[in-house]
Ligand binder design. Structure first.
Ligand code: ADP
Ligand code: ZN
Length: 763
């Protein structure tokens, strides 16, 4: 075993302290070590004689660094070094007997470091399972549930112990226990309110050991289709030929919703396994349901699963199962792209356009792009699958960097249903529906419910109303810590900041002008839920958003009961847009199709198109034909028009023309540089001086420095945010831009800058 728990647990005393004398002797070895620090260089250490023969790249070592010790990964062993020997420290201990990172992953992480401007050690840290980074292996998770007397104690906490109040209120809503980590992430709180509540006996905390066996459960009733469609066969023909040829190739599988893309993945993987090669399948975290995993398990038996809700111990156990070759197929979220699969033959990225493949902290990689690179380096094939390709991938297909495979038709009789676009500027909504539902949508829902069919209503906004508006001074009520309007959440009777999660009670008067003229305006998913219940009191309505689906189990349970027909109308945010396959859904209504269009982001149209096309894809998947309604106040907007026509190609053509004109991605690459500080002046100054020095460094090149400017979300949690963008054509120009940014960061700045290469969000 590469890393036994003995080795993991014991980093005790060094057996040898640095002794510089040894290195003048012939046969001395020097190890270059990458440390998980934001310092973009590797460090050279002297290899003790006793280790010299056995140490190689990809092994972990314990080394002295400043006044402490760090675990690092050896990235090279040399017989000479330009560094003066007297200055070298010695490796304290070798932690592995064989490499834990293979050559391909070493190369890949180096590429990530260069591509995304981080250190090699930071990139390696994304690859190693946590116990190998810290020497600790948490086997248990802490679960918490409301204790006896919690309900009675709740009112006393309100307004006095606000954080404890929110914790207890949430726990009382949950039927059962929740992992503390998950709860605190949801509420954006530290763990201390939970611990205080526990010390008062109001909540019960228990440690639960999670076994790897839990992860191997999950099956599926989905059977192998008797026959592939002609389009599926054609796609597999091309993929199969590349696989047999044994060189790397990259495909864009553009298949409309319900065209059977999964079956193409399954068959491609099957062929890779026959050739003795392994596979990685990336899916968005939210789509990582037992249903999805079941499809792969029922075909391949042992399938390793990797996602963020596993304990360190579980992830590590999975890692070992993969590494030993016991599991040849890995299904997982973003970070599964680093799974140590040997002889990788196929990498699949399902829903490749999803922004969630981008990591939000260092290293800020996009798993889709890493997938392409890893496949290239492994001689594997990469399949990017989606109904709505990112414009980056679509353009890559046009330019021939990706090979396009089309699935234009739905499997079986299912047709892509027609979409009716309702102009809400002229429409008078049905009275009962709180002004939300057009007569058209109301009528469709009404008859679907009468026929005993199911419906989905989509609105990508949580809460009851997104804005509490003062009619007197014409301003919204804002979060005191963020530059954001507070949303009214009626069920909990609180105003909530969707950025920092803080809650406020409803003020009687406007905090700005002190007049009692506040009014909740606009609509959120809570309001849609209420309006449906009001219109059809007998209907079984369920809301699915991150307020109601606190735990993974809640999400899965709700989908299950929707599948069993125990829910008539599912109301939700983007959580319900993803890959759901429910044949009894005949009506899909988008309550406000334009809600994302006003975002100050050049991808607003693209995101809107993708979301609408995905939501529309949920209807008519069974025998009964489907009906789709988009309600909007901008019916002529191209994103809405093309989504209504199920016309991705025309959308892409028009949007690409615009991007080309503006020289935005995919025709240029962007780096976003963000400066955040509690003092506005410092954030601004940092951004200004970064912009100035980059302008100077890039003078005479084709690279553009845009800004600085306040970020669209100007303040978050008391931090002021200023940003700038560097824009350059891919290729030598972009390399120049990146080098200039690299030098800027290395020179050191007063305010730490976050550097985001190929950002997916500019907020
Ligand atoms: P997509 O991911 O393209 O939206 P799925 O892969 O979920 O579509 O497939 C949609 C449905 O069609 C699934 O229920 C699947 O079992 C079924 N299916 C796929 N291929 C075939 C086939 N060749 N014959 C019959 N049913 C199929
Ligand atoms: Zn806030």
């Amino acid at each position: 075993m590469p890393a036994s728990s003995r080795q993991l647990g014991l980093f005790g005393d060094p057996d040898a302290t640095a002794s510089a004398r040894a290195c003048s002797e012939p046969g001395a070895r020097f190890a270059r070590v990458a440390l998980n620090l934001p310092v973009r260089t590797e460090f050279t250490y002297l290899v003790p004689k006793a280790l010299a023969a056995g140490l190689s790249s990809g092994m972990r070592v314990l080394v002295p660094f400043s006044t402490r010790r760090e675990i690092g990964v050896v990235v090279g062993v040399d017989t000479a070094t330009p560094i003066e020997h007297g200055k070298l420290k010695q490796i304290v201990r070798q932690l592995d007997d064989e490499p834990v990172v293979d050559e391909t992953l070493l190369g890949l992480t180096r590429w990530i470091a260069e591509e995304y401007l981080c250190s090699w050690g930071e990139a390696l840290a994304a690859v190693l399972p946590s116990p190998l980074k810290h020497g600790r292996e948490a086997r248990t998770v802490r679960m918490v549930r409301a204790g006896p007397g919690a309900a009675e104690a709740l009112p006393a906490l309100e307004h006095r112990r606000e954080q404890q109040f929110r914790v207890l209120r949430t726990l009382l809503e949950i039927d059962g226990a929740i992992e503390i980590r998950e709860l605190c992430r949801k509420l954006n709180l530290g763990t201390s309110p939970v611990e205080t509540l526990a010390s008062h006996g109001l909540v019960a905390i228990e440690r639960v050991e999670k076994d790897i066996a839990d992860l191997l459960a999950g099956s599926s009733d989905r059977t192998r289709p008797r026959e592939l469609t002609q389009e599926q066969r054609d796609a597999l023909e091309t993929i199969g030929a590349s696989l047999r040829a044994g060189h790397s190739a990259a495909f864009l599988l553009h298949g409309v919703t319900g065209s059977g893309k999964t079956e193409v993945y399954l068959n491609a993987i099957e062929r890779a396994l026959e050739l003795g090669r392994g596979a990685i399948v990336l899916v968005p975290e939210i789509a990582l349901t037992p249903q999805t995993v079941g499809w792969f398990r029922s075909r391949f038996g042992r399938v390793a699963l990797l996602h963020s809700r596993m304990t360190d111990a579980q992830r590590f156990a999975m890692w070992r199962t993969i590494r030993s070759g016991e599991a040849r197929v890995v299904v997982g979220a973003r970070s599964a792209i680093f799974a140590p699969v040997k002889d990788l033959g196929v990498v699949v990225v399902d829903e490749e356009h999803e922004p969630s493949f981008k990591q939000g902290s260092t290293p800020r990689y996009n798993a889709r792009d890493v997938a392409l690179e890893r496949a290239r380096r492994s001689g594997a094939i990469c399949i990017l699958g989606t109904a709505t390709p990112s414009l980056e991938s679509w353009n890559a297909a046009i330019e021939g960097r990706l090979q396009r495979l089309d699935l234009k038709r739905r499997v079986g009789a299912g047709q892509l249903p027609p979409v009716r676009v309702i102009d809400m500027r002229v429409e008078r909504p049905v009275h009962d529906s709180l002004g939300l539902l057009s007569r058209e949508l109301h009528g469709l829902l009404d008859s679907a419910l009468q026929r005993g069919e199911q419906a989905i209503l989509f609105l990508n906004r949580r809460g009851f109303s997104p804005v509490l508006w003062c009619r007197e001074c014409q301003t919204p009520v804002r979060c005191s810590r963020c530059d954001l309007s507070l949303s009214w959440h009626r069920r909990i009777q609180r105003l909530v900041c969707h950025s920092c999660c803080e809650e406020h009670v409803l003020p009687k008067k406007c905090p700005n002008c002190a007049k009692p003229a506040l009014r909740a305006i606009g609509m959120g998913s809570e309001r849609v839920e209420q309006s449906v219940s009001q219109c059809w009191p007998q209907a079984r309505v369920r809301r699915m958003d991150s307020d109601t689906m606190l735990r993974r189990e809640d999400y899965e349970r709700t989908l299950d009961s929707f599948g069993r027909g125990e829910i008539d109308v599912l109301v939700g945010t983007q959580m319900i847009a993803k890959g759901l396959d429910f044949p009894r859904v005949t009506v899909v209504g988008v309550v406000a199709a334009d809600s994302g269009l006003h975002l100050p982001d050049f991808r607003a149209s693209e995101r809107t198109f993708q979301l609408l096309a995905q939501v529309a894809g949920r209807a008519g998947r069974g025998e009964a034909p489907g009906e789709i309604v988009f309600q909007t106040v901008v019916p002529a907007h191209m994103a809405i028009r093309y989504a209504a026509g199920h016309d991705y190609a025309s959308f892409a053509q028009e949007e690409l023309a615009l991007r080309r004109e503006l020289q935005y991605p995919p025709f240029a690459r962007l780096v976003r540089i963000l400066a955040e500080h509690e003092q506005e002046a410092l954030a601004k100054l940092a951004a200004e001086s970064a912009a100035e020095s980059l302008r100077r460094a890039l003078e005479g090149t084709q690279c553009a420095v845009l800004g600085p400017a306040p970020a669209p979300l100007e303040r978050v949690r008391d931090s002021w945010r200023w940003h700038l963008l560097v824009k350059a054509a891919d290729g030598p120009e972009f390399t120049q831009a990146r080098a200039a940014i690299q030098r800027l960061v290395e020179a050191g700045t007063q305010v730490a800058l976050s550097i985001d290469v190929d950002p997916v969000s500019l907020l």
